[in-house]
Design a protein around this ligand. Sequence first.
Ligand code: UD1
Ligand code: CA
Length: 449
Amino acid sequence: MGAALIILAAGQGTRMNSDRPKVLHPLGGVPILWHAMAAGQALDPEQIVIVTGHGAEAVEASARGYDAGVVCVRQDQQLGTGHAVAQAMPALAGFSGRALVLYGDTPFIQTGTLEAMLASPADLVVLGFTAADPGRYGRLVAEGDRLERIVEWKDACEAERAIPLCNSGVMCADADLLADLVAGLGNDNAAGEYYLTDIAAAARARGLDARIVTCPEAETLGINTRAELAQAEAAFQARMRAEAMENGVTMQAPDTVFFSFDTVIGRDAVIGPNVWFGPRVTIESEAEIRSFCHLEGCHVSRGATVGPFARLRPGAELAEDVHVGNFVEIKNAVLDEGVKVGHLTYLGDAHVGEHTNIGAGTVTCNYDGVSKHRTRIGAHAFIGSDTMLVAPVTVGAHAMTASGSVITGNVPDGALAVGRARQENKLGLAVRLFEKLKTEAARRKGKTR
Ligand code: UD1
Ligand code: CA
């Protein structure tokens, strides 16, 4: 029996001091919310229910952008975590497996931890952690791993505040039991809220078994402020760097390489200093990304080299052994095997056939101010330096363009296209011109004296 996920994301996140809902701030290049969704999605859940409130429309659109199958329910007034879960339960009517409650602002929860919770036979499972500084977290009142109740910091006495074992907020129970427990909650407490945490004592009062599963504190890190967002980003980057190196990626200066949530890098790839990976980048084995490159939405195949100082934008697709050099920008363009684009070039909306060489300063003039147009270049072609390819245009296989050409018409296979003014040499003119300029300058100097 699969599980269902309930992700709470209705809160305002006041302390972010932002117009943007907290869970939509980016972490590792994607909304914070997606990280919790990804941890849960690895369990292959039958259903994901997201509880939204503040900025509901934007949060719902973002959640659907990650997984079109999610169900979103609105909690119009944020009356507490227990109330939020109660709003989600009707969406799970008819579902009889385990329901897992996660927070949308807690991005580091690991799938293995959720699996350990699902593996527990207890009626109610709560994820706890021992905090270095327990601060205002709810405390778990327990005997061993047997949970008696959870007390919120605001409602706790001194002895309870001294308990180091804290509530992460992640909980798991059969969906029908969870529905029953949250339906019975009241709000007679220091905050006047419906506390989800009260279901622990309620379960125990019914003679049910409530247990604690623990995880490292780092997994439960929640984001409430910009400072915590920056800390979370640093923690995320540290984890991605460590994982990449474990997977056999060489990085000369790992602290200067920035990853996205979904960056995939193959074994024996080499990543130089100061490289930025935006979302949707895959780098195959033995590819090399040299220093100061900026990549997003692109694929680099085995043995290809990129940079230094190159930019690969969405839709850049580099086949094996392609070489992209310095000050080259590639957008929505496929470069077949062995293509070389060494220097100072823009290729956009293009296809380049295998083993073609693109000279320095080549530009695909892909935009006419209204629409984008495609450039097609065949295999084994040679594009001379400083060629302007005015799209839509096709250059055939084994064709050449002369340096400095403006190519406005198609070039047949094997042809040499010359699209520039013919050179004229005026013999001796340079020397005469130079003499004349010097004489004039001397006369002007004489007058001013
Ligand atoms: C909660 C726990 C606390 C735990 C802490 C861990 C309760 C009562 N307390 O406290 O024991 O130590 O998390 O971080 O559960 N949310 C809604 N609707 C609401 C209220 C909250 O969707 O009406 C969402 C928030 O957007 C957030 C999550 O639930 O994602 C947690 O809410 P928050 O107010 O931050 O709970 P804490 O007071 O931190
Ligand atoms: Ca919180």
